[in-house]
Write a protein that binds this ligand. Structure first.
Ligand SMILES: [Zn+2]
Length: 316
């Protein structure tokens, strides 16, 4: 019998990564190409599919492609389109899932990268067996995947779960979405950077990143430590609010900022409990994601394909 494999593709602003993933969540082979070098989505997918076929041949043994899952900014599962992605070269609504299906001849499922990673956590990470949890990515922005009753929440138009754009502070920081005070302008790698720059009176274009702030905090720098505390306080508050909608058992934090460990987890948990409605107190766990930083995009995307297979098999 041929070995069944799913392909996971993550389309990012700079690079796109892809890999073959087995049913147990093991990445058997992987590759990467530049996203920015390609002017259109159609051209990008063509090159990706060529590379995927090449990789499949290199894998040697006979394999059967059960499907391809794609994680991308503003990816919509309902339409299979990337819709108005801010960090990609092409504009408008692009039928990316369709391009993959036509080229590879197998089912393709597309959703946004944070939702895909949440599914990866459920199938292959720390959320195995959990039915209700939140998955938060703290990268350049704040992405989220909401799982209720064992299913990702997509909403009527496929666009549910934009927790990063809930307004946290009235008339607060200007967000990339054009509004003010969104959660992600405070609780993200770029958010903590803004906080640190404000605290230490540095110019907005100062060449520092969240890793620099992390190292400063470790060395005992007051502004850096305060920046982590403040970020955690804001994040705890935002998460306490979000809990009222779906009552999750666990909240997973993923991404560069989450890797700061107790520097971010301790103030987040403290603020979370303080801001929670009493009926939710002391029973929701805020935990680090179990997915490795460099594997999550591929595993998450591939889990879209595996989920579809498992779902179909249930009804056979
Ligand atoms: Zn926003």
């Amino acid at each position: 019998m041929k070995k069944q494999l799913a392909v996971g593709v993550d389309i990012g602003g700079t690079n796109s990564v892809f890999g073959f993933v087995d049913r147990e969540g093991k990445i058997l082979a992987r590759g990467r190409i530049s996203t920015a070098l390609h002017d259109s989505a159609e051209e990008l997918v063509k090159v990706l599919c060529k590379e995927i076929r090449k990789l499949q041949q290199e894998l040697g043994e006979e394999s059967e492609l059960v499907g391809v899952g794609i994680g991308a900014p503003n990816g919509n599962i309902r339409s299979g389109c990337i819709e108005f992605a801010p960090n990609l070269k092409w504009k408008g609504i692009v039928p990316v899932a369709n391009y993959f299906e036509t080229d590879l001849g197998c089912p393709a499922t597309l959703t946004n990268d944070a939702k895909a990673a949440a599914l990866g956590e459920m199938l292959f990470g720390g959320a195995k067996g959990l039915n209700d949890f939140l998955f938060i990515t703290l990268g350049t922005g704040l992405g989220s995947g909401i799982v209720v009753n064992g299913e990702l929440v997509y909403g009527h138009d496929g666009l549910a779960g934009e927790m990063g754009h809930a307004i946290l502070i009235q008339n607060g920081r200007l967000c990339g979405c054009g509004r003010n005070g969104c959660v992600e302008t405070y609780c993200s790698a770029s958010g903590i950077r803004r906080t640190y720059l404000e605290k230490s009176c540095l110019a907005p274009d100062a060449k520092i990143d969240s890793k620099f702030i992390y190292e400063k905090a470790l060395s005992g720098d007051r502004d850096a430590m305060d920046s982590f505390t403040l970020t955690g306080e804001w994040l705890g508050q935002a998460l306490a609010n979000s809990v009222t909608y779906t009552s999750p058992s666990d909240i997973f934090l993923f991404g560069g900022l989450a890797q700061a460990g107790e520097l971010i987890f301790t103030p987040t948990r403290k603020s979370f409990e303080e801001n929670l409605l009493n009926i939710y107190r002391n029973k929701i766990k805020i935990r680090p994601s179990h997915l490795a930083e460099n594997e999550a995009p591929i595993l998450g995307a591939a889990s879209l394909a595996w989920k579809k297979v498992k779902h179909t098999n249930q009804y056979e």
